[in-house]
Design a protein around this ligand. Structure first.
Ligand SMILES: [Zn+2]
Length: 664
């Protein structure tokens, strides 16, 4: 039996670690009007610095103050990051070039066709997209009995809507080299504030839309209660026959034959109560309610691709589901990632990032690994056994930097000028790939593991065009996406100390997560590498990290939850030190100016303008600390910082020796 805290049922903590910079990708892409339309080169942004604040008093306010004072934030755009804005600008610039770059490359032509259909459909609602949705609504409305409803649900499964059950590949605990199927619950969002306007826009009369929204919301609440009722528990391994007896009344045989899976292979079921309740809903809910629910599930699943007339409804979605609303560039970039993520990532990697950047980034990442190995060797609080295990784990960690050499398969389906038809064709292909994967061996070299953040489902979602870095606990690997290897984060012509301060600190941060994930072995299998004493000594050291963060005041009346941020704060604390040590270990001595560049690069990557409401919201639900703390906290604990800026010993940014926190 596998408990939570293992990969099969991720604990909230592991989830948080895997998410890393997930929130980044959901931000609305900034309108380019207020950003430069030229690619921003990497380097310290002089204009962002506020010289009226001393570096030794508050380095975040010093390095970012100029930006914070001028960045326009509002209720509509409640947050704006210096690097995010520069990155979005650079990315859009790169993509505009990409789509026109080579008419002889068939893959590029397919991408351009898809992207063009998106732009036309997202500028204004097209008759083709209206007709596409109308055809699905008509099919749903014509389902007259439960068999027809189940059949329809399967047809929706085939295009990735998965109205009642999600079915995906997860590592097989019985054979770690294989995938197996996992039957889970889809996202269960159905608040009437979104559902009612969405249904009305889809063609229902206002009163009908309101009534249907109430029914849908109640159905989702019922399913949610079943899903969350029993709390966290182990993933169950069940055969389809066993599932049949646990959740009767649903055509499980019909359901699973669509995956082409031999019925003898058991599957993982993280939440049997949900599955039982969903089968019951399909058996006892009025047919009209089920039809309304399916209509909503189709709209929710296509929320990133719906025509612009749906924008008023989409803007009421919670931020984690909203994606980009009302911006053609951003919506079409994300839609292309979702539909043709592998093609998009491959072209982006090959033509925009390139192997020189990958080689150089790989070299930096290897140096970070060596520095982390040194830190583990010096961690005197670890037992010998634990140290050996951690060193082995680090040595065998796969560094997936930028992009793979071997790419997952891509489809040959026809693409037309009809956007939603194209989306459906791409989803159909991806869904087949996903289902096929449940039968396959796990192949580390192909980067088949999910690449977060979640902008799309499955591996179409190579998603390497989105900046992200994370450890993949299941395979003991670390992924840094191709987008991390372009300005403003990284450039082959940027000074080394700059790349170390941005890209290098992110790699080091992720390496610390790898160290902290001591409940996974060298091959990613659940295995405790520490003794109870190791854990106890680690937790004792973490108290310092927690109490420093708790003492930080993010704003008037705000409390910083240091305990909830501990995993991220320790990764920041050790990450920036390791990256600096790696830089300083280079062949020649680091000058004071180079050190300063490193620290500016680190800080400016975090510059983030926020409305007070957004700051309060992020403190409530982000596992990372506020940007100001993520800069000042770790740097005040690093004597090299105070040295680089010649801070007096009583300066706020120069913690006395006795007060320094150190875990790794
Ligand atoms: Zn992290």
């Amino acid at each position: 039996v596998i408990r939570r805290r293992t990969p099969h049922l991720r604990s909230r903590r592991v989830n948080a670690v895997l998410r890393v910079v997930a929130s980044f990708a959901f931000l609305p892409v900034l309108a380019l009007a207020d950003a430069s339309t030229h690619p921003a080169p990497p380097g310290v942004d002089e204009a962002a610095i506020d010289t009226t604040v001393s570096a030794c008093t508050n380095f975040y306010r010093h390095a970012c103050g100029g930006f914070l004072k001028t960045a326009p934030v509002s209720e509509r755009t409640p947050r704006r990051g210096l690097f995010e804005a520069r990155f979005d600008n650079n990315l859009q610039h790169a993509l505009d070039r990409l789509f026109d770059s080579d008419a002889n490359d068939a893959e590029l032509v397919r991408l351009a066709t898809f992207h063009r259909s998106c732009r036309a459909a997202q500028r204004e609602t097209t008759p083709a997209d209206d007709a596409y949705l109308a055809r699905w609504f008509a099919r749903i409305d014509s389902a007259r009995d439960r068999t027809a409803i189940e059949l329809l649900a399967r047809q929706l499964d085939a295009i990735g809507v998965e109205p009642f059950f999600s079915y995906d590949a997860a590592p097989d605990p019985a054979d770690w080299t294989r995938w197996r199927g996992e039957l889970g619950a889809p996202i269960l969002y159905a608040k009437a504030v979104t559902v009612a306007p969405a249904l009305e826009i889809s063609g229902l009369a206002p009163a009908h839309a309101r009534d249907a929204a109430a029914v849908i919301e109640a159905m989702a609440l019922r399913l949610r209660a079943a899903r969350d009722g029993a709390g966290e528990r182990p993933v169950e391994t069940l055969s389809w026959q066993q599932l049949e007896s646990r959740a009767p009344g649903f055509d499980w045989a019909g359901y699973h034959t669509q995956f082409g899976a031999p019925s003898t292979r058991p599957i993982g079921v993280p939440n049997v109560d949900y599955v039982v309740e969903a089968a019951r809903v399909l058996r006892d809910a009025p047919l009209a309610d089920l039809r309304a629910y399916l209509r909503w599930r189709l709209l929710l699943s296509l929320r990133g691709e719906l025509p612009p007339k749906y924008a008023p409804a989409l803007s009421t979605l919670p931020p984690s589901l909203r994606g980009t609303v009302g911006d053609v560039d951003g919506r079409c970039r994300d839609a292309t990632v979702r539909a043709m993520g592998v093609e998009f990532s491959r072209q982006f990697s090959k033509r925009i990032v390139g192997t020189d950047a990958r080689n150089e980034a790989h070299e930096i990442a290897e140096r970070m690994r060596r520095t982390a190995i040194g830190a583990v060797q010096r961690a005197d609080w670890l037992s010998d056994d634990a140290r050996r295990a951690m060193l082995d784990k680090l040595a065998r960690l796969d560094l997936h930097i930028g992009f793979p050499d071997r790419w997952p398969a891509t489809g040959r389906y026809a693409l037309t000028s009809s956007f939603l038809e194209n989306v459906e064709a791409a989803r159909r292909f991806e869904q087949q790939q996903k289902w096929k994967r449940t039968q396959e061996r796990r192949d580390r070299a192909s980067w088949q593991e999910k690449v977060y953040p979640w902008v799309g489902d499955g591996m179409a979602s190579a998603r390497l065009v989105l900046p992200n870095g994370f450890p993949d606990a299941y395979s003991n690997s670390l992924v840094m996406t191709a987008a991390m290897l372009m300005p403003p984060q990284f450039a082959t012509d940027a000074p080394e100390e700059f790349n170390y301060g941005t890209f290098g600190t992110v790699v080091a941060h992720e390496l610390v997560h790898v160290l902290e994930l001591h409940m996974f072995g060298t091959d990613g299998r659940p295995a405790e590498l520490w003794s109870a004493d190791d854990t106890q000594r680690h937790d004792a050291r973490m108290k310092c990290v927690v109490s420093q963060a708790t003492a930080f005041v993010p704003g008037p009346g705000l409390h910083n939850p240091g305990d909830r941020q501990a995993d991220e704060n320790v990764a920041d604390l050790a990450g920036v030190r390791l990256a600096y040590e790696a830089l300083a270990a280079g062949p020649r001595e680091t000058t004071r100016r180079e050190s300063q560049t490193f620290f500016y690069a680190y800080a400016q990557r975090q510059c983030l303008a926020q409305t007070p409401a957004e700051l309060a919201r992020s403190i409530d639900d982000d596992s990372h600390g506020p940007a100001e703390y993520r800069v000042n906290g770790p740097l005040a604990n690093l004597p090299a910082f105070a040295e680089a800026f010649r801070c007096p010993s009583d300066a706020p940014m120069a913690s006395p020796e006795a007060a320094l926190c150190r875990v790794w």
